[in-house]
Write a protein of this length. Structure first.
Length: 203
């Protein structure tokens, strides 16, 4: 989803200090640049020990995000696809200290051939950002059986030039935090499923 920049609230306390002198910002890809008016992009690819369909189920079911996403205090789905019941419009409420904001996104869930799935989320209601989106590409790992290669792309641009000046410092850590939360959720659900199957076989 497009709501993982809750950590941006910390920019209030750090922005003025960082802007007292000139500085460079480094992106996840290792490029160094000055402040840009273009949206910033951060990409992270991770191998997850679960099938692509299991990962896809976790990523696409936005209504459950409040159960495992840090500082997410509410998650909701406004509209679903009538064919596959995947969300087409959904959102979150994020709370952190004095920060409390709801985000709504248009969601596009695609099931392609060869166990490849895409979940695209584009924010349609926000005050902090001019551009905010996430894109998950979920596919079978090319070398490991029952494993997934998950790619997360985070794209954002703040309305505030001040925030844009320092946000690249936090982009990498936020992307990593999001991936870790989803990976942990997949593992927890797999563990529950295996335990339930074991209990059923012992009855």
């Amino acid at each position: 989803m497009s709501f993982y920049l809750w950590k941006s609230v910390k920019l209030h306390s750090r922005a003025n200090w960082l802007l007292q002198g000139s500085f460079h910002s480094r992106t996840l890809l290792g490029w160094t640049s000055h402040t840009s008016d273009k949206p910033q992009n951060f990409t992270l690819t991770k191998t997850i020990n679960a099938t692509p369909s299991q990962v896809y189920d976790v990523v696409s079911e936005v209504s459950k995000y409040h159960e495992f996403i840090p500082y997410c205090i509410e998650s909701f789905v406004n509209e679903r696809n009538q064919v596959d019941n995947r969300p087409t419009e959904a959102g979150l409420r994020v709370g952190f200290r004095q920060y409390d904001e709801r985000y709504t996104c248009k969601i596009k869930c695609e099931e392609k051939a060869n166990e490849e799935f895409i979940v695209q989320a584009d924010s349609i209601s926000h005050t902090l950002f001019q551009d905010l989106s996430t894109r998950w590409i979920i596919r079978a790992h090319p070398q490991r059986h029952n494993a997934t290669q998950a790619e997360l792309l985070l794209r954002f641009k703040f309305r505030s030039r001040l925030y844009n000046s320092v946000s690249s410092i936090f982009g990498k850590s936020v992307t990593e935090l999001v991936m870790k939360a989803f990976e942990k959720r997949v593992f927890e659900l797999r563990k529950r499923s295996l335990k339930a199957a074991t209990n059923a076989s012992n009855m």
